[in-house]
Design a protein around this ligand. Structure first.
Ligand code: DHB
Ligand code: MG
Length: 599
């Protein structure tokens, strides 16, 4: 189906918006009046610009406060409309959106509304224009889609139809099933937006918090199914008012928008994308660093051994149990200090996973390995993290480790680390919703509830994406403000069966654990009963404790190197979380440690 996006959904000048929409593959745009008013381009130039970019102008919007008003007011409205229809002729657009009146002059009289909209449609028809009447959720007298349709049906004019907007319908909790009773050809336009489920004034909710389908809590796909069953054949158009997207770069936002429509079309059976290939584990995490020494020290103390070295690149493979960490000091590595640059995802079908990612507009990365290297399909996540789809130790698949040769005399791992439990990635502030949708749709992971975590100097939002059995867990976090991107560190959490023993060994090997305040342990003593000596061990080592419906969680932290630190975790009895309850204490401890070391 044709895809379209309202210019209000993107940041920048009208030309920047149009360029971004075109590059992201949209077929058309809705021109929002304010974008036109603010543009130095004449309507004919806008039309030509759109044409050159391969974009149709599918809708001009909005016209407000037209209907159910006293006659002399309506005469003024018709005069205004005539001006707009002349403008639309110059733009080459044949559908105008009229939203239900919020004017104090409007009266609660459906017959009058129908009669006046019919006269407006008469005027429009002379210009070859169609009028699409939309119920705003906060409309003064018409605020539901079925009411708007009733008015349109009463008017019974060929140039008058309705515009459905998923936000207005779903925010009011109206049952969208009744959409199927509207003849498809009378649905002149369909606007799509999702939103997080918030208890707030609906106008504020709409103007500030809309997001792309799949990023909020509405069943947008369910609504679209009803609209398709009604016989609608027009564009799927995104209309998203969002404070964050207004500030983000238009290019990535438009790609995020197009991805959300692809996923939506897949969900309703309109698009046939390569099936998701859900990763089954974390094959490796790759750190880039200008200086391997500090990272090696921490890894060594955690019981990792340097197991292998890349045949042609300055990359070491450190291993403990099934946990693998690549340390890359190569010139190609980003020189932003030490950080987590790539994740190897164990994939049952690496090529299939890459095909899906590509179909969902993930940037495919050039193979950065030498020609003799194992094929590694990689894409970039929205935060720039490189995701490799790979196979480890499977006879039918090329093994990514054949790029590496074993280092002799590598001793056995000793620290009790079994595997990578999870990875925590700090997301660019403007692209948090995009990141969640990306990981869900591209990787086929499921998103857990979003949690807020207090930081001494702000608030973090964190949302985990996981596979069904927790073999792959990625915690996506974002700060409260754009500048927080650089303050918070990524981390690699390592699973162990006995965190007390692992923490002791790490400390005895010279590792530094992040100390936790005594008050925290006093509180733990009040909340839980521990066995003899247990709490004392936690206090001594800086181990944090949490419990959920399913099990228990014990965890502690290494010092931070550059932008990354490690966590040792012991997950028992099916505990599902990440110790969010303890995160404020950990963040405060990290701030304190940074002040002490100045780093
Ligand atoms: O917030 C508004 O005013 C507004 C305008 C036009 C629309 O299509 C809409 O859904 C909302
Ligand atoms: Mg709308």
């Amino acid at each position: 189906m044709r895809t379209s996006i309202a210019t209000v959904s993107l940041s920048g000048s009208l030309t920047e918006k149009l360029t971004a929409a075109s590059r992201a593959g949209f077929d058309g745009v809705e021109i929002f009046e304010n974008d036109l008013l603010a543009s130095p381009l004449r309507p004919e130039e806008i039309r030509a610009r759109c044409g050159g970019l391969g974009l149709g102008i599918d809708l001009y919007q909005p016209m407000r406060d037209i209907e159910a008003v006293p006659e002399e007011e309506f005469a003024r409205n018709l005069r205004r409309a005539r001006h707009k229809f002349e403008l639309m002729r110059r733009l080459g657009v044949d559908t105008v959106l009229v939203c239900s009146s919020v004017s104090p002059l409007a009266v609660d009289d459906d017959a009058l509304a129908a009669e006046q909209l019919s006269r407006l449609a008469d005027l429009a028809q002379g210009f070859g224009i169609r009028v699409a009447y939309e119920a705003l959720a906060w409309g003064r007298h018409v605020s539901t889609y079925d009411h708007a349709w009733h008015v349109v049906e009463t008017a019974d004019h060929p140039a008058l139809g309705t515009c459905l907007d998923s936000f207005h319908i779903l925010s009011r909790g109206t049952d969208p099933k009744g959409i199927e009773d509207i003849p498809g050809e009378k649905i002149f336009f369909l606007q799509l937006a999702d939103a997080p489920l918030l208890a707030m004034d609906v106008l504020q909710w709409s103007r500030h918090y809309r997001c792309f389908p799949g990023q909020g809590g509405f069943d947008v796909a369910g609504l679209v199914r009803h609209v398709l069953r009604a016989g609608y054949a027009g564009p799927l158009s995104l209309e998203v008012f969002n404070d964050v997207f207004r500030q983000a770069e238009a290019g990535p936002t438009a790609v995020d928008a197009q991805r959300s429509l692809l996923v939506l079309q897949e969900a309703v059976g309109l698009a046939d994308l390569p099936a998701p290939v859900v990763p089954t584990g974390v094959a490796f995490a790759e750190l880039v660093t200008p200086d391997a020494e500090p990272v090696s020290e921490v890894l060594g103390a955690l019981g990792f051994t340097r197991a292998a070295r890349h045949r042609s690149k300055p990359v070491d493979l450190w291993q403990a149990g099934e946990a693998r960490v690549l340390v890359n000091t190569g010139p190609a590595a980003r020189r932003e200090g030490t950080g987590l640059a790539a994740i190897g995802l164990e994939s049952p079908d690496p090529a299939g996973a890459a095909r899906r990612a590509e179909a969902l507009l993930a940037p495919v990365l050039p193979r950065r390995r030498a020609s003799e290297d194992a094929p590694l399909d990689a894409v970039a996540a929205p935060d720039g993290t490189e995701l490799f789809f790979c196979a480890t130790g499977r006879p039918q698949q090329p093994d990514w480790r054949c790029d590496f040769k074993d280092v002799e005399h590598a001793g056995p791992a000793t620290g009790g680390v079994r595997r990578i439990d999870h990875l925590a990635l700090v997301q660019p502030w403007h692209h948090f919703d995009e990141a969640t949708l990306f990981h869900r749709s591209v990787l086929g992971l499921s998103a857990q509830e979003s949690v807020d975590v207090a930081d001494p100097y702000g608030l973090l939002r964190s949302r985990a994406v996981t596979d069904a059995d927790g073999s792959v867990r990625i915690a996506l976090t974002v700060g409260a403000a754009p500048a927080d991107d650089t303050v918070h560190a990524q981390h690699i959490a390592l699973a162990t069966d006995d965190v007390v023993a692992a923490a002791r060994r790490y400390r005895e090997a010279g590792g530094l654990l992040l100390p936790m305040p005594a008050n925290y342990y006093d509180d733990l003593a009040a909340r839980f009963e521990f066995s003899e000596g247990e709490l004392e061990a936690y206090r001594e080592l800086g181990i944090l404790y949490d419990r959920d419906r399913y099990g228990e969680f014990r965890h502690c932290y290494t010092r931070t190197v550059g932008r990354v630190f490690f966590e040792l975790v012991q997950r028992d009895g099916g505990y599902r979380g990440y110790g969010a309850q303890n995160a404020p204490v950990r963040l405060a401890a990290q701030h304190a440690a940074r002040r002490l070391t100045g780093g």
